[in-house]
Write a protein that binds this ligand. Structure first.
Ligand code: NAP
Length: 329
């Protein structure tokens, strides 16, 4: 039985593992894919102490750091189920019961506590053609896929950091980038807005919504709800080879819901200042929580991971780490 099972191999999860290891807690860190949303950052310019690093390189450093501790066991596996362990009870006082984690292949692992660092998944737009051309020109990570559109025209949808960063990166390789945003103002950092403004191959398509993705076998264009040029009705169609949908993320809370964790009105996990959910022994950190003012950054995810590890340490100290024993003993 591990002291803590961390579910999620992203920034929050790996940071939590570094801290739990230094607290000498045996730690299993597990997830379906390594790296999390951090892999999608082409350029990270706001990780303090490093002026410029690629997201995948930063995540590789996180992993190496976490795995440098003998307390940490790393596993790539999809977790399909988390449940309170009915055969475990606490010898001394506390309310924790331990947890059983089930992987896709049916294997299980047991932990005294759990940190849910399950992050988020990209939001879908829900327009005609989106599903049909998914993977055939429609993708959800401009910075990951722009490279495949060298010399071609593409559209990026959204007005947050992901979209505007995506447009800036895509503009380095694509012939033309249409940045389609439903409002005039961008939500993105001015840093990224300046980066796209500095390019002469980015066309701002503002106060327009994407109505349909057009294609035949693969993407050939997009249809807007209003013409790009109001004097030219046909300009509601734009020829593009790729569409990058970057309209935000949805917190991944399915496992948390299996445990009965409480969500806020926006669907994020409610946590206390020590990252504890309403379920004793279940902590959460990163883009799936209502902490850090919903500001999803490497720095905030790492901060929440560290606090969650500290929360686990204090929790186990309070309930008595050795207090876990089988109900029959
Ligand atoms: P976001 O900040 O939630 O922005 C989503 C954008 O998509 C908004 O501009 C929104 O429009 C638009 N949008 C949402 N639903 C839409 C719909 N149905 N139709 C059309 N447009 C829609 O999401 P994000 O850009 O993915 O960023 C998520 C988090 O990651 C943020 O905390 C962000 O700071 C962080 N991030 C940071 C960096 C970085 O370089 N520091 C890079 C990437 C992401 P409105 O503006 O009108 O709401």
């Amino acid at each position: 039985m591990f002291d803590v099972i961390i579910i999620g191999l992203g920034c929050a999860g790996y940071t939590a593992a570094i801290y739990t290891a230094r607290y000498k807690l045996t730690t299993l860190i597990v997830g379906a894919e390594d790296g999390g949303m951090g892999l999608t950052a082409a350029e990270v310019g706001n990780w303090p102490g490093i002026i410029d690093i690629k997201g995948p390189d930063l995540m590789e450093n996180f992993k190496k750091h976490a795995m440098s501790f003998e307390e940490v066991t790393h596993k790539i596996a999809k977790v399909t189920e988390v449940e309170g362990n009915p055969s475990m009870s606490l010898r001394a006082g506390g309310k924790g019961k331990g947890f059983i984690i089930t992987f896709e292949n049916g294997e299980t692992a047991e932990g005294k506590t759990v940190i849910l660092a399950t992050g988020s998944s990209k939001r879908k737009l829900g327009v005609p053609g989106e599903k049909e051309f998914s993977g055939k020109g429609v993708t959800y990570c401009a910075t990951c896929d722009a490279f495949f559109y060298k010399g071609k025209d593409v559209a990026v949808i959204g007005g947050g950091d992901s979209a505007v960063e995506g447009a800036a990166i895509a503009a380095q390789v694509a012939k033309k980038v249409y940045l389609v945003h439903r409002r005039k103002e961008f939500r993105a950092e001015p840093y990224w807005v300046d980066r796209v403004n500095a390019r002469d191959n980015v066309v701002f398509v503002l106060e327009r919504n994407l109505q349909e993705i057009l294609g035949e076998g693969k993407v050939t264009g997009i249809k807007l709800d209003q013409p790009l040029d109001p004097t030219n009705p046909g300009s509601d169609m734009i020829k593009v080879d790729g569409v990058f949908i970057e309209i935000g993320s949805i917190p991944s809370v399915e496992l948390a819901q299996q445990l009965g964790c409480e969500l806020d009105s926006r669907g994020f996990l409610k946590v206390t200042p020590d990252q504890h959910t309403n379920i004793p022994g279940v902590f959460a950190a990163g883009d799936n929580t209502n902490e850090s003012n919903y500001f999803a950054q490497f720095t905030t995810a790492a901060g929440e991971g560290a606090v969650a590890a500290n929360g686990v340490f204090n929790y186990l100290s309070t309930v008595g780490a050795e207090g876990y024993m089988s109900a029959g003993s």
